[in-house]
Design a protein around this ligand. Sequence first.
Ligand SMILES: NC(=O)c1ccc[n+]([C@@H]2O[C@H](COP(=O)([O-])OP(=O)(O)OC[C@H]3O[C@@H](n4cnc5c(N)ncnc54)[C@H](OP(=O)(O)O)[C@@H]3O)[C@@H](O)[C@H]2O)c1
Length: 296
Amino acid sequence: MKVFVTGGTGYVGSQIIQDLLNAGHEVTALVREGSESKLSADPDRIEIVKGDALEQESFSGALADCDAVIHLIAIIREYPQKGITFEKMNFETTKNVLEAARKHSISRFVYMSALGAKHDSKSSYFTTKAASEDLVKESGIDYTIFRPSIIHGPDDEFINYFAGIMRTFHVIPIIGAGRYRMQPIHLRNVSQAFVQSLTSVVAVNKTYEIAGPDRYPYRDMMGTIKGATGTWAIPMYQPKLLMVILAKLFQHFAFFPVTEAQIIMLYDENITEDNRIWEDFDIEPIGFEEGLREYL
Ligand SMILES: NC(=O)c1ccc[n+]([C@@H]2O[C@H](COP(=O)([O-])OP(=O)(O)OC[C@H]3O[C@@H](n4cnc5c(N)ncnc54)[C@H](OP(=O)(O)O)[C@@H]3O)[C@@H](O)[C@H]2O)c1
């Protein structure tokens, strides 16, 4: 298949492009001007389309000879003062890519949503993901939607950030009591699901919540990360209300480590009972500790 990938210079997209090539697919990647160097795949093996998902005419023509689209673009933190908003980056990009896909009779659309996406969420990250899901479902194109929990793996921002804090400052930052549960999924498992969904009959017009095989209260998960780093660190509990107020004030500055959406995500519990990823796809689940040992 010839697959048009958006977000291919990102953390998840880099793995997906690699796995698409390994599976024998051809890849056309939408890449913003100046981001070419972030592509980890051999540039000779992929077709690069320089453009911006916010400007449909900059990439639409490139879909003419593609069979499928994997749409990954989204942001987890908005910077409204710079015009970088969830509405634009999560919703409008999806609208543009879908319109282009319909114009060029794309037969399969695989959309990256997020666990917790819903219309009545307090976070626009999740409401814009839910609204984007609606667009995908109403497009008339055969689709598969994935809603992953936190994705971990080499170079992820979340686990590596906390491992760094533990190694450097010997503390484990915990919001509230840290009892809320998490079920991180390994990057390779997510990528496998995306690649297999392109040719799967059972995955047509399905929405999958996907999470890893291990579920922990947050503070235990942090203990597991500490164990994998081999360092010592003591828990540092921070009141939830204080962190929400600070996040509201500072989340639009990159230095602040957590956004309101991420705190909501924590307290909503980033877990799922949906096990269909392991039934509908040929994927060997990667355990959390097994994954950590690879990269910490
Ligand atoms: N990471 C997780 O734990 C997690 C969990 C659940 C769901 N997700 C979802 O997974 C997807 C990918 O996440 P990620 O962690 O890989 O994000 P990421 O590393 O920040 O990558 C985002 C990608 O989107 C591209 N992009 C942004 N705006 C664009 C535009 N206007 N035109 C073209 N490309 C644009 C970026 O390109 P540049 O290189 O030019 O910036 C980059 O390739 C997102 O939809 C996210 O919501 C992630």
